[in-house]
Design a protein around this ligand. Structure first.
Ligand SMILES: N[C@@H](CCC(=O)N[C@@H](CS)C(=O)NCC(=O)O)C(=O)O
Length: 280
């Protein structure tokens, strides 16, 4: 009789409140998890408390993939290890590119089909940690996807106060994590990171307007629900990762609105991505 072996791929994701598979909502891990499920390669999830990320990455031997504004290392997830190739990959985009290269014909096929990805969000965001900048990709097509990733990240990050207070922290560690967020933001209290009332409504309007050109791209192929019609690609997974975060962290009535914006393109995309939303 064969003994069952555990999958060669271990995927490291951020642990929020139990049940972990329901609360998981960090956008970059979601992009990578969607990519893994798209490829249909077996893996297990290693759940990491936010306070443990730097320790876990250092133990595995993955350098930080971001820097704080002061230049110090910012250890993040997702991360993936693959014992079949002895690889350690510590960035969501790198994970998708790795899966495409290593498991090129697996699952739903090509994660990076050529397409026009011209969503642009010009920004001058004063974030506590600047968004990651990728070294220039030799491959024009990957570069186009990476730029799209940066613009989508920036567009939603500019509205992240709408999401922060809805993060489903584990009650056991919530106080520590909130204190860390307060420290990073340089504010006096967790409450200072909330946005309510008229200011919130205004920020929702701004998010809606910011996402309009992105929605237009989804309307190019009327068959939908993906940018290329019936065929999903990593660009859809990038947007989908952020939608996952919104679905968990926004008040339900706001999430209903987001789903309905711009002819319901985001609601349709989110639903279609259920196919790749398994959390093993
Ligand atoms: N460029 C990295 C960024 C990853 C990133 O920012 N991850 C966030 C979650 S979406 C994180 O790990 N945050 C941990 C923390 O804030 O302490 C990637 O795409 O993987």
């Amino acid at each position: 009789m064969e003994t069952p072996t555990s999958p060669a791929i271990v995927f490291y994701d951020i642990a929020f409140r139990p049940p972990l598979a329901e609360s998981t909502c960090a956008p970059n891990p979601w992009k990578a998890r969607y990519a893994l499920n798209f490829k249909g390669v077996p893996y297990t999830t290693e759940w990491v408390q936010m306070s443990e990320i730097s320790k876990v990455r250092r133990t595995v031997g993955a350098p930080a993939s971001r820097k704080f504004a002061d230049g110090s290392d910012y250890y993040t997830l997702p991360m993936l290890t693959d014992s079949t190739t002895n690889s350690i990959i510590g960035d969501s985009f790198d994970i998708a590119a790795y899966l495409q290269k290593t498991y090129s014909v697996s699952g739903a096929g090509d994660l990076f089909p050529a397409q026009t990805l011209d969503f642009v969000y010009e920004h001058d965001l004063a974030l506590f940690a600047p968004l990651s900048v990728r070294a220039a990709d030799a491959d024009d097509n990957l570069r186009a996807y990476a730029q799209f990733n940066t613009h989508v990240d920036a567009a939603v990050s500019a509205h992240v106060p709408l999401l922060a207070h809805g993060l489903p922290f584990d009650p056991a560690t919530a106080e520590t994590i909130r204190a860390e967020f307060v420290r990073r933001a340089g504010v006096a209290s967790w409450d200072d990171l909330a946005i309510r009332g008229e200011a919130r409504a205004k920020m929702m309007d701004s998010l809606c307007a910011t996402l309009a050109p992105l929605a237009e791209m989804f309307n190019r192929d009327a068959a939908g629900p993906f940018l290329l019609g019936r065929r999903a690609s990593y660009a859809d997974l990038i947007v989908g990762g952020w939608l996952r975060m919104m679905s968990v962290t926004m008040p339900p009535e706001e999430w209903v609105d987001v789903r309905a914006w711009h002819g319901s393109v985001f609601g349709r995309l989110h639903e279609a991505l259920e196919e790749y939303a398994e959390v093993p």
